[in-house]
Ligand binder design. Structure first.
Ligand code: ZN
Length: 394
């Protein structure tokens, strides 16, 4: 197995305080990283790096862990440009827009869905995302949901069954019947292809009791819960997520003090998705309030064709710093280590011996420039499981 040192790193973000300056980012200046096979085997100061077979000169740039995007919806067809255009002209967002994508997704072939998924993954990778979670939720029939999960599972281990995205149009008059389908036949068909189960707990989607029934049924089939919670209004989603030990409560835009306390006193991560607030001109989630209370915060894209059609984690970092009260250090931590926590992973999201060699070289001397230079494609090189990728736009 050949080894490679990446040396002459101006700022290395390890996300391991014991390896660096004792801050949460575990920063090392004038650093080096050694990769062997698909893993990190050494980090430290450049001058102390051990001998290796190969050498890559970072030329005074920053290196950080690959982004862990723990929330996306990438198995779909069609787009919703016109809906966005109308909304930006004054029409409020409603969950009903999902039905447009459901119709397009059902009508698409497997090859069309996979081509779209592959294109979006390449786009995300080009911007530094080396681990991503993605969900079903645009099929809403047993066959279409299982198909979405099968396609997603070819590209990632972090696959989430979201049959409970909205009530399928065929069940508009019988939501209880749809919950029975999701917790019965659909779950049986989908569970083998997924690691997680998710529900959109929101007015107009699923209420607290329905969400509890769905997540509990999923858990009985070996899936672990995560919840779309408190996005558009106050509601029971966050409390339910904590009660069921969900890995993550996602959105967390409308929180009571009790919700914040519950998150802070649990291992459920608060995953914030500022692309959604940006694209719907909605109120920002208050990251500062969550962090000050002691909650663990992750930042992800929520990439989907309706409410957040961005695959760019750097864009989300910039928004979180500008508008959600996060420091640049906190935002970078949340988009890497935070995402890993939201997926209950410790082999990604950090640059430490034993972790996967998933890392980014920025065309900048510091990770802070991800927020300081918004909209600029700063990701220059990406390593995924030890392999340096050829980055290209498709
Ligand atoms: Zn979502």
């Amino acid at each position: 197995m050949s080894s490679t040192v990446i040396s002459n790193i101006a700022t290395l973000v390890t996300n391991d305080p014991s390896l660096g300056d004792a801050s949460p980012l575990g920063l090392v200046r004038d650093a080096a990283v050694v990769i062997e096979g698909d893993r990190i085997v050494w980090t430290g100061e450049s001058s102390k790096a051990p001998a290796t077979d190969n050498r890559f000169d970072a030329e005074g740039r920053a290196v950080l862990p690959g982004f862990v995007d723990s929330h996306s919806h990438l198995v779909f067809a069609g787009d919703r440009t016109e809906e966005f255009n109308a909304r930006m002209s004054g029409r409020p967002y409603s969950a009903g827009g999902i039905r447009t994508t459901v119709a397009a997704t059902r009508a698409a072939t497997d090859a069309q869905l996979e081509a779209n998924l592959t294109r979006l993954l390449a786009e995300a990778l080009r911007q530094g995302t080396t681990t991503f979670e993605t969900k079903s939720g645009y099929g809403l029939t047993t066959e279409d949901e299982a198909r979405a999960l099968r396609l997603a599972a070819r590209h990632t281990d972090e696959v989430t069954f979201l049959g409970a995205h909205i009530v399928a149009p065929e069940y508009a008059e019988d939501p209880a019947g749809y919950v029975a389908l999701v917790t019965g036949e659909m779950l049986d068909a989908c569970a083998p292809h997924a690691r997680w189960i998710d529900v959109f707990c929101e007015k107009g989607a699923f209420d607290g009791d329905q969400a509890r029934a769905i997540l509990t049924a999923g858990r009985a089939k070996g899936l672990h819960p995560r919840v779309h919670a408190n996005q558009l209004s106050y509601g029971p989603g966050v409390q339910l997520a904590v009660e069921l030990d969900a890995a993550s409560a996602d959105h967390c835009t409308h929180l009571t003090d009790a919700d914040v306390d519950a998150l802070a006193n649990s291992r459920t991560v608060a995953t914030l998705l500022p692309g959604a607030e940006f694209s719907t001109r909605a109120e920002w989630p208050d990251a500062r309030r969550l962090l000050d209370a002691g909650a663990t915060v992750a930042l992800s894209t929520d990439c989907n064709p309706g409410s957040s059609f961005t695959s760019s984690v750097p864009f989300c970092i910039a928004l979180a710093v500008r508008d959600m009260g996060m420091t640049p250090d906190e935002a970078v931590w949340s988009a890497t280590a935070g995402g890993a926590r939201a997926l209950r992973r410790d082999d990604v999201g950090r640059i430490a011996p034993g972790a996967y060699a998933d890392l980014l070289l920025l065309d900048a001397p510091s990770h802070v420039q991800l927020a300081y230079r918004p909209g600029v494609p700063l990701v220059r090189k990406v390593w995924q499981k030890g392999r340096r990728l050829e980055l290209r736009w498709m």
